[in-house]
Design a protein around this ligand. Structure first.
Ligand SMILES: Nc1ncnc2c1ncn2[C@@H]1O[C@H](COP(=O)(O)OP(=O)(O)OP(=O)(O)O)[C@@H](O)[C@H]1O
Length: 214
């Protein structure tokens, strides 16, 4: 997938609103593979909704979202499966991890489907992110910031044209933010992938090609 486009898109919940100040809603914009886009906004302005639309979780919007010119509301279930297997890697804001499984088991749920990383590469990520002792810990016993790092590793265990990160460092300190920025941009460069990240202020410190205010 080379590009994701939005044409005059607006969440249904905002219907009737002019949205003059938004650089995303009710505008025509394009996200190109290989570039980093930051979507910054206040709480409640629709960052997570936008991510859910692009990942196909929700369709409660007007206007059109297109992958390489194709309206995504027309995609079939097998096409959505392919998108999620090989085109878009997604870090949801609410992480969507399983508390009763270990950190590694959570990641392997994804990686066993994609075979994208070796176990050693995954353990290396735990080391780099400062949680080497948490590999076999039940996820529910990790702090929220540690859980966020596990979810980031899981996101990287997926081939992608676009890496979609919904508030990826909201629970992390500056040092871990910098580490996440490095490993995400390394992975994006390896694959030539684009990055779309959202932020309410604490944005991941990856050089931005274009910022949109929601
Ligand atoms: N599943 C949903 N279905 C319909 N409307 C929703 C849904 N989730 C959120 N909304 C509404 O969409 C609007 C934007 O919410 P959203 O979660 O996208 O904002 P956000 O910018 O990500 O906020 P935050 O920074 O607090 O996470 C809110 O008015 C919210 O009530």
């Amino acid at each position: 997938m080379e590009k994701i486009e939005l044409f005059n898109t607006l969440p249904a919940v905002f219907a009737g609103r002019e949205d003059d100040n938004s650089q995303v809603w009710l505008r025509d914009i394009v996200f190109e593979k290989g570039k980093h886009y930051l979507i910054s906004a206040e709480s409640g302005t629709g960052k997570s909704s936008l991510c859910a639309y692009v990942y196909g979780y929700r369709i409660d919007y007007s206007g059109t979202i297109a992958f390489d010119g194709r309206d995504i509301k027309q995609l079939t279930v097998p096409e959505w499966c392919r998108v999620r297997q090989s085109s878009i890697a997604y870090l949801p804001q609410e992480l969507r991890l399983f508390p009763e499984l270990t950190a590694m088991e959570n990641i392997q749920l994804k990686n066993r489907l994609t075979h994208h990383k070796t176990e050693k590469e995954i353990v290396d990520y735990f080391d780099q992110l400062g949680i080497p002792d948490k590999v076999d810990s039940p996820l529910g016993k990790l702090s929220i910031g540690q859980q966020q790092r596990v979810a980031i590793i899981r996101t990287l265990c997926q081939p992608a044209d676009f890496i979609l990160l919904d508030e990826p460092v909201s629970h992390l300190d500056e040092a871990n933010n910098a580490i996440v920025a490095r490993i995400v941009s390394d992975e994006a460069s390896r694959q030539g992938a684009g990055i779309i990240s959202t932020s309410v202020g604490n944005n991941v410190k990856i050089q931005v090609d274009k910022e949109f205010k929601l």
